[in-house]
Design a protein around this ligand. Structure first.
Ligand SMILES: Nc1ncnc2c1ncn2[C@@H]1O[C@H](COP(=O)(O)OP(=O)(O)OP(=O)(O)O)[C@@H](O)[C@H]1O
Ligand SMILES: [Mg+2]
Length: 299
């Protein structure tokens, strides 16, 4: 409790019983949904899903902010064809505020760029992490949805972003290694951070049956060995137009709005909006600080 009080002071978080209207989402009058998109295995399509899903949500009238949280190998800017002048590194170094590094993307999305190849950034100190989230929290007030594109794996930074998000979308492909790595990721998040609810998107599938089978297999083992629940959000078909668009540094949803993949992204966006936001943090903040307050020595 003492530790929690001290940390609340550092990060300037209002105490739980204090009503602070200024932290509420001014755009929609409610909290901003904070959703991390993550995976055990790399290369399963997280970055493409985040960018296209963000675009699709924007088309549905939502204001979307995307964080490129792959701090070591950032490439969201590459697939969007933007060249940000400043990035996350400038915020961590204290040279720029988060608001100053935000750049406009296609449609209704804005991006918080990371920086590629700066190894030190992959290990935020506790204080840097807390200050970063604290600054981010106030920026979120003018957005409906905040999507976090994490790195692959179970590094401390991946855990940090997943643990503080309200919702976690795990991306898998039908490859067995992708499925086992997704299981390992959910296992760590549940055992170490007591996270029980996950959503699943199956990417690069040939049809909906194949996607559902991947969900079924994962749920089966998770039900048996872990105390978690996995909600099936849907799938994205394997579509050559995605890699074609990446080569043009444009979003497939923009370039080929009627292709199979774009239709899948639209369905995913609608599905997400149809679900009630869950796991809303207490204490007038958009993030689940609780996990950091309890487990702060682990990340
Ligand atoms: N549905 C799809 N159909 C065809 N190709 C796809 C699909 N989704 C992603 N890809 C391709 O897979 C590759 C990896 O995609 P992406 O970079 O989005 O994965 P990632 O999970 O973000 O990778 P990393 O773990 O390295 O961050 C890219 O070349 C992309 O074009
Ligand atoms: Mg990526």
């Amino acid at each position: 409790m003492e530790k929690e009080k001290a940390l609340r002071k550092v990060i300037n978080l209002p105490s739980r019983n204090k009503k602070d209207k200024s932290v509420e989402n001014k755009y929609s009058g409610s909290y901003t949904r904070v959703i991390s998109i993550t995976s055990g295995k790399g290369g399963v399509g997280k970055t493409n899903i985040v960018a296209n899903l963000g675009y699709a949500l924007g088309q549905l009238g939502k204001k979307v902010l995307i964080l490129d949280a792959d701090l070591g190998l950032a490439n969201l800017d590459v697939i969007l064809g933007i060249t940000p002048k400043y990035n996350f590194a400038h915020v961590i170094e204290g040279e720029k505020s988060i608001r100053e590094i935000t750049v406009k993307g296609p449609g209704n999305i804005e991006i918080l760029p990371a920086s590629s190849g700066i190894q030190e950034l992959t290990n935020l100190s506790i204080e840097q992490g807390i200050r970063f989230l604290s600054e981010l929290d106030s920026l979120l007030n003018s957005f409906d949805i905040f999507l976090i594109d994490t790195a692959a794996g179970i590094s401390s930074n991946v855990m940090y972003f997943n643990a503080t998000a309200q919702e976690i979308i795990v991306v898998v492909s039908p490859e067995p290694t992708s499925i086992t790595d997704a299981y390992a990721l959910m296992k760590v998040l549940s055992l170490k951070y007591s996270i029980r609810d996950f959503k699943l998107v199956v990417n690069m599938v040939g049809n909906d049956d194949e996607a559902y089978e991947v969900f079924r297999q994962l749920s089966l083992v998770a039900d048996r060995f872990l105390d978690i629940s996995i909600e099936y959000l849907g799938f994205v078909l394997h579509d050559k137009n995605i890699s074609k668009s990446v080569r043009y540094q444009k979003l497939v949803s923009e370039l080929f709005p009627d292709c199979y993949a774009s239709k899948c992204f639209n369905s995913l966006a609608k599905k997400i909006l149809s679900l009630k936001a869950n796991n809303i943090p207490r204490g007038h903040t958009n993030f689940n600080w609780r996990h950091l307050l309890i487990k702060n020595s682990d990340w």
